[in-house]
Design a binder for this molecule. Structure first.
Ligand SMILES: Cc1ncc(COP(=O)(O)O)c(C=O)c1O
Length: 416
């Protein structure tokens, strides 16, 4: 039995100081009550690993564009965007219109549908390495499907992952699972050694930057070197673009000059609805087709390619052209510089990949105070310091975000 593990994601931050917590409790009594009710039926009061934090999370009621409202009626600027999935913000009108059109006509059929085909066509147009697409319901499922395809294609079982990577919440994708080997991030020689070892590797899975691992980009040439080393040893190179697709028309592989054998997709390609996909080489994806391949990779799923996700994803991508991505990236760069400059008296630095940022504090326990202070000031961020931008945020909103970080750092510096 493998040891239980929660992956090598960044540790959950410690609780903030008593003064801050008392202020937070005073301001959010309805959230406290809603969370207490949730705890009676949802273990830990939540239904995914990242949405709860001490003393209890803000419970949200509504979202529109770049704004969120909690059950106490407080408004927040949204810098989470459901962990990067809502690249156009909340209730994006072109998406809600398209889904409203779909609802009275049926949302899921046991049949192919033109919305699925159109989304797959768009992905193939945008990402040159993607010749075929197979839809799933989540990024986790996409990663699982890709490892099955890789094992079937190579006849090998080992999967190589990087320390700090996150490819979903499945035991098979955790660092100390059987048939998983872990290489240090940004150390090409170590990856080459593991690939050359006695036990051959079926596939290397890599993100363009460690997302949940703190938004830590690959060093120049690292991923190209890994891809080459993998292929020279008969292993597949699988790039996880579940988070990073929003950073380039062809995902981040376009910018990095990579042509992965398989690409994992999710988040933005569902426009706010649950989805995942494996895209890539036609010969590899053909292994999922039962009628053509003896010993094929059987891949079923009642909701695969759900039509609400397919049409919402298509509309989302159509509004995420090169110009929109450039604006997001420039805004991300500017915000990173402003947050760094604001950190007087606090040991902070910001890492960034496109419009996804992570604020790091030393000691990391101070992140809990930063998170609660920003919430009290109307800015919704993640407990681990990751923030990301949506096209719904205006320059004025971003000025307000930068000012809130300045106030928060000053308060933390005063309190420590
Ligand atoms: C890089 C990466 N891969 C895979 C996943 C898993 O996707 P999902 O949450 O849709 O299962 C995530 C989710 O955060 C991710 O960031």
């Amino acid at each position: 039995m493998p040891k239980p593990t929660s992956t090598t994601r960044m540790p959950a931050p410690a609780i903030a100081g008593p003064g801050l917590v008392a202020e937070y409790r005073d301001r959010t009594p309805a959230s406290a009550a809603a969370f207490a009710r949730a705890e009676r039926v949802l273990p830990g009061g939540e239904t995914r690993a990242v949405t709860s934090y001490p003393p209890y999370p803000v419970v949200l009621a509504d979202g529109c564009g770049a704004r969120l409202w909690d059950v106490d009626g407080h408004m927040y600027l949204d810098l989470v965007n459901n962990y990067t999935a809502l690249v156009h913000g909340n209730a994006f009108a072109p998406v809600t219109d398209a889904v409203a059109d779909l609802l009275p006509r049926g949302v899921v059929f046991a049949s192919p549908h033109h919305h699925q085909v159109a989304l797959a066509e768009r992905l193939c147009q945008r990402i040159p390495s993607v010749e075929r697409v197979r839809f799933t319901n989540s990024g986790t499922e996409a990663a699982l499907l890709a490892t099955r395809i890789a094992r079937r294609a190579t006849g090998r079982s080992r999967i190589l992952l990087f320390d700090g990577a996150y490819h979903g919440s499945a035991t098979a994708l955790m660092p100390n699972s059987p048939d998983v080997v872990v290489a240090p991030w940004n150390d090409l020689a170590a990856a080459e050694r593991l690939l050359a070892g006695d036990q051959p590797v079926a596939a290397v899975l890599a993100e363009p930057f460690l997302g949940a691992g703190g938004v830590r980009p690959a060093t120049p040439g690292f991923l190209a070197g890994v891809a080459e080393a993998a292929r020279s040893r008969g292993a597949l190179f699988v790039l996880d673009e579940v988070q990073s697709l929003r950073n380039g028309v062809a995902g981040q592989q376009g910018e990095l000059g990579l042509a992965p054998d398989l690409t994992l997709l999710g988040k933005v390609i569902g426009g706010g609805f649950p989805i995942g996909a494996v895209g890539g080489r036609a010969d590899l994806l053909a292994l999922t087709v039962g009628s053509r391949t003896p010993g094929h990779v059987a891949h079923a799923g009642t909701f695969n390619g759900h039509l609400a996700a397919a049409v919402a994803g298509l509309v989302t991508l159509d509004h995420l052209d090169g110009a929109a991505i450039d604006r997001l990236t420039t805004a991300g760069e500017r915000l990173a510089a402003r947050i760094t400059a604001a950190a007087a008296g606090v040991d902070a630095h910001v890492t960034r990949a496109g419009s996804i940022l992570n604020v790091h504090l030393d000691p990391p326990e101070c992140l809990a105070a930063l998170h609660l202070t920003l919430l009290l000031d109307g800015v919704y961020t993640t407990p681990r310091g990751m923030i990301n931008l949506s096209t719904a945020l205006t320059d004025t909103d971003l000025d307000e975000v930068a000012a809130a970080y300045t106030r928060a750092f000053a308060r933390i510096a005063d309190d420590t």
